[in-house]
Write a protein that binds this ligand. Sequence first.
Ligand SMILES: O=P(O)(O)OC[C@H]1O[C@@H](O)[C@H](O)[C@@H](O)[C@@H]1O
Length: 267
Amino acid sequence: MAKRSISNASCTATVMDRGATILSWHPEGAHEALFVTRDANPDAEFHGGIPICAPWFGMGREGVEVPHKHGLVRWVDWDFQGVKDLNGATELTWTLDQESVAHLPGAEAYPRDLRYRYEATFGARLDVALTIESPTEPVVVDSALHTYFLVNNVRQSEVHGLGGAPLEVRGAHDAIHFGALDDGGVDIRLPDRIISVEAEGARDVIVWNPGQEYAEGLDDFAGEDWARMLCVEVGNVQRHAIEIPAGGSHTMAMTIRIASRSHSLIG
Ligand SMILES: O=P(O)(O)OC[C@H]1O[C@@H](O)[C@H](O)[C@@H](O)[C@@H]1O
């Protein structure tokens, strides 16, 4: 699978056109933000980076039958539209037409002219925006940006901003926090750094770690890989799925920043 490398004064990053997936974002002077399994084979299914889940999330919502997890758009190459310099940051844009996923099971339930656009801007912070447009028919879509964050040891992590006490993930964990983004962003606090995630046009946060036992059954997880990752995903899922009217569109944007615990947020 062809990868694209980005390098500017503020960061380095790697992406691939398959699923318009960001695989790595490493801001200058900070820690790599994203996790990819050690045995990931980019030509096969693997876990890591920021897969885009749409037009359904997980096994879908009540009343909607789907053939597999997490939608259609991560399985195909998106059309790369080009690269732009934005005051030193690097913006990449991809688009995807429903035609490109029409051969996949589950696609028949969605308008044939559904369109996707993804913009990712790599700098001292990472900004991404996913737009889904339905030119002629109303449609209901679930979507999520399924970010795999790299952590040193998930047992020493806390997720703040989900409502209530900070969430301590110590092993297998899989939960949708509905409406968690209604009151602002979330952060992952690690002993040496804080990863902050802000979103616009998204309401829900999904937190996932496979835990040791489940990870052992996944081909690409090796050794303690499971403890080196934490998925904190933003989206609009299940009862918060977005109704796009005919001729309408919806944009969900996410910003990620990393701060060392002794410094203010970079970016
Ligand atoms: O194995 P996949 O398809 O990348 O999905 C991983 C996980 O993704 C999470 O978002 C889900 O909440 C989990 O239930 C799921 O197992």
